[in-house]
Write a protein that binds this ligand. Structure first.
Ligand SMILES: Nc1ncnc2c1ncn2[C@@H]1O[C@H](COP(=O)(O)OP(=O)(O)OP(=O)(O)O)[C@@H](O)[C@H]1O
Ligand SMILES: [Mg+2]
Length: 297
């Protein structure tokens, strides 16, 4: 598990020129499979020699990857994409520095960071598509720039979606992360104390906790018209000191107008009650709870 984020570490050594070229590679990748050196030269206003020097350094730092075919071009790496997003969050005065990893998972990496007042904050770096990208990478013939960029677009879309949902919920009294800013596939939020429910050995009042979760789901459903859609013991954090919970991880949340919203709500609670039954020996009737949340009862 990486202790520091490579893109963040390298960011310190990147000059403005390098960042500008990196940005240009990204822009060109949206239009074609590779960013041709020739185009970087004509768009940047730098000479061929300058571009060649800048891009070799980016290549050496693994921010871009060189491709030679009918022309010489470059694609962006995850580290390059991370660096662009972090640079933007830095310029927006949101993230002053990146620290150690809290967790590196399948769909996202969570990192500690600091803001400009030296408060510790949390970054969620979306990696949607990483697993499928790595699979395809093995079959090099399929590795086309467009596909490559679409992986970044997916990650960006997912992060944006989660950020927007959380933004909508900021004024609610719901215990969710406070969002601080967003760029590309990364968003910043406050740190929530506690640990995932799945790891909790001493849940003081299991039934009370479950009642709170149900109450929050009802508020989400009726006041914000949202179903979480992944409300599991992994996405509920429990703070033993305060005997309180928080709900996280919203990218897959759906609107209550979704044709399957109520079925998905039921699925969420069927799963969650399974956990509460096995671990804490309590299990209310799923149908009753779903009816209660929807508001028929
Ligand atoms: N704001 C936060 N404060 C404290 N811990 C957090 C915060 N956000 C996320 N985490 C921790 O990081 C873990 C992963 O975050 P999250 O559930 O949002 O992403 P995920 O998409 O499930 O990630 P993965 O695909 O890696 O499972 C959480 O289970 C939690 O332990
Ligand atoms: Mg999660």
């Amino acid at each position: 598990m990486p202790v520091t984020l490579y893109g963040a570490r390298i960011l310190k050594d990147l000059s403005n020129q390098e960042l500008r070229v990196l940005n240009m590679v990204e822009t060109l990748l949206k239009k074609g499979e590779y960013a041709p050196v020739e185009k970087i030269v004509s768009y940047s206003g730098y000479t061929e020699k300058e571009v060649s020097f800048i891009i070799s350094k980016l290549n050496k730092n693994k921010m871009v990857r060189r491709w030679t075919g009918q022309f010489v071009g470059y694609t962006l790496t995850y580290a390059g994409f991370d660096a662009l997003a972090l640079n933007s969050l830095y310029n927006k005065n949101i993230v002053a520095g990146v620290g150690r990893a809290k967790g590196v998972g399948k769909e996202s990496d969570i990192y500690y960071a600091i803001d400009f007042e030296e408060n510790e904050i949390m970054l969620k770096i979306n990696r949607t598509g990483r697993a499928s990208f790595q699979q395809v990478k093995k079959r090099r013939d399929l590795l086309k720039g467009k596909f490559h960029y679409s992986v970044f677009s997916l990650a960006e879309l997912s992060a944006k979606r989660e950020f927007e949902i959380l933004t909508k919920l900021q004024d609610s009294k719901l215990p969710i992360p406070k969002v601080l800013g967003h760029n590309r596939h990364i968003f910043a939020m406050n740190i929530i104390e506690g640990q995932e429910l799945i790891n909790v050995q001493n849940l003081k009042k299991p039934l009370k906790t479950l009642e709170k979760i149900i109450k929050y789901a009802k508020v989400l459903y009726n006041e914000y018209h949202i179903v979480h859609a992944d409300l599991t013991e992994y996405n509920i954090l429990y703070d033993e000191n305060k005997d309180s919970i928080a709900i996280i991880d919203f990218p897959q949340a759906i609107g209550t107008d979704h044709p399957d919203a109520d079925i998905i709500l039921e699925r969420d609670f069927a799963h969650l009650f399974d956990y509460f039954r096995k671990k804490w020996f309590i299990s209310p009737e799923v149908e009753d709870v779903v009816e209660y949340i929807i508001g028929k009862k």
